[in-house]
Design a protein. Structure first.
Length: 128
């Protein structure tokens, strides 16, 4: 049986800043759930359900440089528009627009909390 991604969690230093960033960049909706500063993230809509997300304050401070775990990439319609919103809302582009033949066009960025995130316009829907 394949192991499809069912959910993800963003661990952040500043919950309000990160929420504003993802609302502006991806249009995600956040629903308070559980303890203060803990949110469910709605990444899709009725026509295209997304993956269930969670966001909460980071439990352990980030240490060192480089990738600190999983490397998520989110499917988007326009990587250039996402890149503009990332920069406009305080993120940093770490991989400018890159075309991967037969796969799609990718950018990678650090969000306002230092998390490494990707956005890709896939040539075909990712298998999942």
């Amino acid at each position: 049986m394949p192991a499809n991604l069912a959910s993800f969690a963003l661990h952040v230093d500043d919950v309000d800043r990160a929420r504003s960033f993802y609302e502006a960049v991806f249009g995600w909706e956040f629903e308070p759930w559980g303890p203060p500063g803990f949110y469910l993230i709605h990444t899709g809509d009725a026509d295209a359900p997304g993956v269930q997300g969670l966001m909460h304050k980071r439990h352990v401070p980030r240490s060192g440089e480089g990738l600190n775990g999983i490397e998520p990439t989110f499917a988007v319609d326009d990587v250039d528009a996402v890149a503009e919103r990332v920069v406009a809302h305080g993120g940093t582009i770490t991989l400018p627009r890159a075309v991967i033949p037969t796969v799609g066009t990718l950018i990678r960025f650090l969000d306002t909390e230092g998390n490494d995130i990707g956005a890709m316009r896939y040539e075909a829907r990712p298998r999942g």
